[in-house]
Design a protein around this ligand. Sequence first.
Ligand code: FMN
Length: 304
Amino acid sequence: MNISNKAFLSPIHEYTDSSFRLMCSKYGCDYVSYPILNAFAVSHDYLKLSSIDVLQEEKNLAIQLCGNSPEDFQVAGTKILNELPNVIRLDVNSGCPSSNTREAGGGSALLDKPETLKEIMKTVKKLGLPTSCKIRLSNSIEKTLSVVDSVCNEVDFLIVHGRTVKQGYSGSSDWNTIKLIKERVSIPVVGNGDVKSKSHGLQLVSEGYCDAFMIAREAMSNPLAFSNIVINSFEEELKLFNEYYELSKGTRNENLFNLKYKALMFFRGFSGSTEVRLKISRVKTVEELVEMLDSLRTKILVTA
Ligand SMILES: Cc1cc2nc3c(=O)[nH]c(=O)nc-3n(C[C@H](O)[C@H](O)[C@H](O)COP(=O)(O)O)c2cc1C
């Protein structure tokens, strides 16, 4: 995989569904990922791959697995290979800060067990698909680099979120440490944390901080972050939301909870958006949501 200068959509639990991934791909995102999937549950058939939200037409799709047992990754990875032919990469989550994931020994708990992480990556690599490992920073540079050194020979590339587990999602991503990692390893590094747009990501690449970039929260409210298109009016946001709604039709993503969540994230940053979000939060059905947004369009167009 040549990932130089490429744009990645972050795996985002309960957000980056198939409809959203298709939309980001359409607007310039090069690589997408199914969010955190429990390797134990897949390997022991508690979770069937036939039940997960992956569409055949999705391109450049990775699956992100989490867990702490190389055997679970081996079995889960083999099932993915056999059952999901459009998956082109397996990613291992070594950064999730949630207590549930950590208590089960996965996600960022693996940062404290570099040897286990190395074994997992070796196992996943043997399956034959390109592999990546998504890490966070540890509390000290030395510890971060020891994790990096353990895995860098076992993966095709590293994805580095420049925050520590303690930081969660607050504070800033430490791009100087991401750069240090990039300069240390011979594999490509995807930098992640606070990237606002494609041009911002490409600037970080050109300044030597990373080889490619990954966007999470900015893309949640603006899938056009991967393009050079800038939108800042209700009318344009509505067009974008309706596009997502159309993509969701006939999929499991066409449900009130998800569509409200997406609408609440999309309708931000323009004059009157607070009022629009209040109205969104009050609707009780999908039809009501769509009609309410459409009626606002008419109102805003008439008064414009
Ligand atoms: C709601 C939410 C869910 C997330 N789920 C995942 C996940 O499933 N897997 C993962 O590796 N990272 C997950 N992340 C972390 C993001 O992928 C990303 O690393 C982080 O938000 C930093 O990027 P940003 O500053 O662009 O938001 C999640 C983040 C948020 C806010």
